[in-house]
Design a protein around this ligand. Structure first.
Ligand SMILES: Nc1ncnc2c1ncn2[C@@H]1O[C@H](COP(=O)(O)OP(=O)(O)OP(=O)(O)O)[C@@H](O)[C@H]1O
Length: 414
């Protein structure tokens, strides 16, 4: 309360003003103090909130990695037998036993119905994923062809190898009585080994064509599944399908992906590959040499194969498919230029001589590239210089791939 003392008017004014200014100043100081306090408090709040935010983010990261951990392969595949309540179900694992398990919180309970396939975490057996109903081996790159089109005339070079494969596969399928007469069993499995692009798949397809057999091709790496028991299941399906469609030839390309020597299985992924290999060995032991299912394996890495695969009664005919020599390269060039209009200056023998080290796939690509150069220049025939350019291009592509492969290996170990 401001009391007015007896002071001359103008003094009163200046005193009042002074007093008001003092009051206003103290109000402002008080306000300033309050604001400082609020600022200090907000800084504390902000720091507190910052700390909370960092802690929360760390929690989220930890939870996320636990979820990823739970969902990381290999997982056990099972089939739901019964849904007990909103977070429990009875599941039969692919290995057979039934379990009462929890469902993880990111599973939509409506998706869980009896008969549905799911995956379970190996440690906790909690259901971590519901699998699509059309969970079919065809998804896994298994090719089934009633009769490939390739024939033996499409295979350049490889004369001895073709004879060996025909004896071991074509003869038992087409003339099994010859083996019965003599009293010997035909080889059960044939292993084709050699560098990439040398004609292993081509030869297998040609023998399937010649024997009018169903050709079932699967790549070994496709049998390495992230779900426990699935690789073995696919192998079983492969052999069942081969028996159902007999006479048939099972062709397992890159067999080293599952057939490599069994070192100390450390990770569950290694154990899963081992299980798949065991299933393959069991299936091979289980079927009859005299039957009308033949199995051909192919690998670029025979040196790492498990000896168990190569013992008699399994892949007991081993045939090397080497890089083509000059005669082989000439034969392959003739095959791949059969339909190409060649200019008079093209000398295939000369080309065969200058392509030392090239495989059949390279030679096929060279012929295709040479044709492309002629098309690009709108010429009616392919000249020698087109082939020379194509050889340089394929070699450059090869070197570039090699460099990028080395670079990616380098970064892996950087
Ligand atoms: N001996 C050959 N005669 C004719 N063409 C060949 C020959 N070898 C390879 N080719 C050509 O290269 C292509 C690839 O050959 P193929 O797939 O049979 O090689 P591969 O040995 O199975 O290779 P990978 O080991 O990489 O699977 C064939 O489709 C064919 O066009």
């Amino acid at each position: 309360m401001v009391t007015k003392s007896r002071i001359p008017e103008d003094t009163h004014h200046s005193e009042d003003t002074y007093r008001m200014v003092i009051e206003r100043l103290s109000e402002l100081e008080a306000r300033n103090q309050e604001l400082r306090e609020e600022l200090r408090q907000s800084k504390t709040d902000r720091q507190y909130l910052e700390t909370q935010k960092v802690r929360y983010e760390r929690e989220v990261r930890k939870l996320r990695s636990e979820i990823e951990q739970m969902r990381s392969p290999p997982l056990i595949v099972g089939t739901i037998i019964d849904v007990v309540d909103s977070n429990r179900a009875v599941v039969r694992s692919s290995a057979g036993p039934k379990f009462l398990v929890r469902t993880s919180q990111f599973i939509n309970i409506d998706d869980l119905k009896p008969g549905v396939r799911c995956t379970m975490n190996q440690q906790t057996l909690a259901i971590v994923e519901v699998l699509p109903s059309a969970f079919d081996s065809q998804i896994y790159g298994m090719e089934v062809e009633t009769r490939p089109t390739e024939t033996y005339v499409d295979v350049g070079g490889l004369k001895e190898q073709t004879i060996e494969v025909r004896e071991a596969v074509e003869l038992p399928l087409k003339k099994p009585h010859l083996f019965e007469q003599i009293g010997i069993l035909p080889p059960k499995g044939i292993l084709l080994h050699g560098p990439p692009g040398t004609g292993k798949t081509l030869l297998a397809r040609a023998v399937a064509h010649e024997t009018e057999a169903t050709f079932l091709r699967v790549v070994g790496s496709e049998l390495v599944q992230k779900y426990i028991g699935e690789g073995a299941r696919l192998v079983r399906e492969l052999f069942e399908s081969a028996k159902k469609n007999a006479p048939s030839i099972i062709f397992i390309d890159e067999i080293d992906a599952i057939g490599a020597s069994r070192g100390q299985e450390t990770s569950s992924g290694d154990r899963e590959v081992h299980r798949t290999l065991m299933q393959l060995l069991a299936e091979m032991d289980g079927f009859d040499n005299r039957g009308d299912v033949k199995i051909i394996g192919a690998t670029n890495r025979i040196d790492i194969l498990d000896p168990a695969l190569l013992r008699p009664g399994r892949f007991d005919r081993i045939i090397e498919i080497p890089l083509p020599d000059v005669e082989g390269r000439l034969a392959i060039l003739r095959i791949h230029t059969k339909k190409i209009t060649l200019a008079d200056d093209v000398d295939l023998l000369a080309l065969a001589r200058v392509t030392e080290g090239k495989n059949g796939a390279d030679l096929s690509a060279i012929c295709m590239e040479a044709g492309m150069f002629a098309i690009r220049d709108e010429r009616p025939s392919v000249t020698r210089s087109d082939f020379e350019r194509a050889i340089r291009k394929i070699s450059a592509d090869f070197d570039r791939n090699k460099v990028s492969q080395m670079a990616s290996i380098g970064t892996m170990f950087a």
